[in-house]
Design a protein around this ligand. Structure first.
Ligand code: DP6
Length: 410
């Protein structure tokens, strides 16, 4: 691979994007906190980068004095241990390639300092986890800069944030917990690519929340220390659920996929309640969304819509195109949006639908105005991509962030 290089400055620069992923079998608990090794395997769907992505530029130059990083327009401390783990690991991989002589790229780069600049195209304030796409993008971009191609790349991203390893692939991705104490076999692997189940639709319901939730790192630490249910889940429940989940995805069996997804989300939140002191990620609106989904499915006598929740109150909904317009209309009816004019449904267009009086009556819920701030409509998407057009670099020829690199919000 040929690195884009400005000879005068001896500057090599690469820009890449990486996706967000949402687990349908949740990762919760580490057996090794330094290497970020999980106590159970997990499985996720990679979301499309047209709606949610991180974009990162990394540059190296002989003239750089130190490693530096800018996140969403602000310079951050690069001594952060997780950032350091990723940087050290990727440089180790690059040096190994240089020593074995099988690198085709500019190998001198690895001994230079790097400048990294990264932005998300979604607001951090929305409470959507950005660490997965952020670390996946960092590791992928550095691997491109240093010419590293490795099956082990997900093990590097994992050391930034566990769930980040799954963002290195598109479609349906499993993170196998592995057996080794050095973590070399704790890797992400694609189960099926993004085009395998093209009908699958995804909605993110961004819920209005007053307080910040407990972070997943400290939350899962307390769960491992105090929850007996967590051990049972890891030893007994997840191994069979992983097999079942892979099977139902391969069969594109939505009702089975939806039911398993909801049960696994519920078990994760049950473990949060079993944690001492308990952790509450779901709020009143989240509970109302859960009721709405179950009542809707009950009305039709089949699982047409499924929810899952991570370490916060936002819901992620999986459904199929036939049911999407009606369900979105139902959400608008029971969570009437703020009329101030901000777009309520963003992302992929959703057709409008008529709600029958019978359905509304049967759901029998009191509307909760402004409970949901907005909806992002999306689908499954590909893994990280290289951005070829140099106009999209977030760093200028001086190696410093461009004025436009504050945010990539649409
Ligand atoms: C509930 O990957 O954010 O989203 O490894 O400590 O960085 P660290 O945790 P993180 O945890 C994600 C937890 C989850 C479930 C999941 O994505 O599988």
């Amino acid at each position: 691979m040929n690195m884009p290089k400005n000879d005068k400055q001896n500057l090599a620069m690469v820009t890449c994007t990486a996706p967000v992923n949402i687990a349908v079998i949740k990762y919760w608990g580490k057996r090794d906190e330094d290497l970020i090794l999980p106590i159970n395997s997990s499985l996720s769907v990679t979301l499309h980068q047209d709606q949610l992505r991180t974009i990162t530029t990394a540059a190296c130059s002989r003239s750089f004095q130190q490693d530096r990083i800018w996140l969403n327009g602000k310079e951050e401390d690069i001594s952060n241990p997780r950032l350091q783990s990723c940087l050290q690991e990727i440089r180790r991989f690059a040096r190994k390639r240089r020593n074995t002589g099988d690198s085709t790229s500019d190998v001198s780069c690895v001994s230079h300092k790097v400048h990294i600049c990264s932005v998300n195209n979604f607001p951090t304030a929305a409470g959507l986890a950005s660490s997965a796409s952020g670390y996946a993008c960092l590791v992928y971009t550095l691997s491109q800069l240093f010419g590293v191609e490795s099956e082990q790349l997900s093990a590097v991203a994992r050391q930034g944030s566990g769930s980040a390893c799954r963002s290195l692939y598109g479609g349906f991705v499993q993170w196998k917990l592995g057996q080794r104490s050095d973590g070399k076999d704790s890797l992400a692997e694609q189960v099926e690519c993004e085009s395998y189940w093209p009908e699958l639709r995804i909605l993110i319901l961004v819920v209005s929340a007053e307080q910040k939730s407990v972070g997943s790192t400290s939350g899962m630490h307390t769960s491992v220390e105090t929850s007996k249910l967590l051990k049972y889940r890891a030893d007994v429940v997840v191994p069979t659920r992983m097999e079942e989940m892979i099977r139902v995805i391969r069969q594109r069996d939505f009702p089975a996929f939806g039911e398993l997804t909801m049960k696994d989300s519920n078990q994760f939140h049950a473990i949060c309640l079993d944690t001492y002191p308990p952790i509450f990620y779901l709020n009143n609106i989240s509970h109302q969304i859960i009721s709405l989904v179950h009542r809707y499915n009950q009305y039709y006598g089949e699982t047409r819509v499924a929810y899952t929740f991570d370490a916060g109150p936002n819901a992620v909904i999986y459904t199929l195109p036939d049911h999407l317009p009606e369900f979105v209309q139902l959400v608008c009816h029971f969570f009437p949006p703020d009329v101030s004019g901000e777009e309520f449904v963003r992302g992929l267009p959703v057709r409008s639908a008529n709600l029958s009086e019978e359905l509304k009556r049967d759901i029998n819920m009191d509307p909760m105005p402004k409970g949901i701030r907005y909806i992002i409509s999306t689908e499954a998407g590909p893994g990280p991509c290289v951005v070829k057009d140099p106009n999209h670099h977030l760093l200028g020829a001086d190696g410093l962030p461009k004025k436009s690199a504050i945010s990539d919000e649409p």
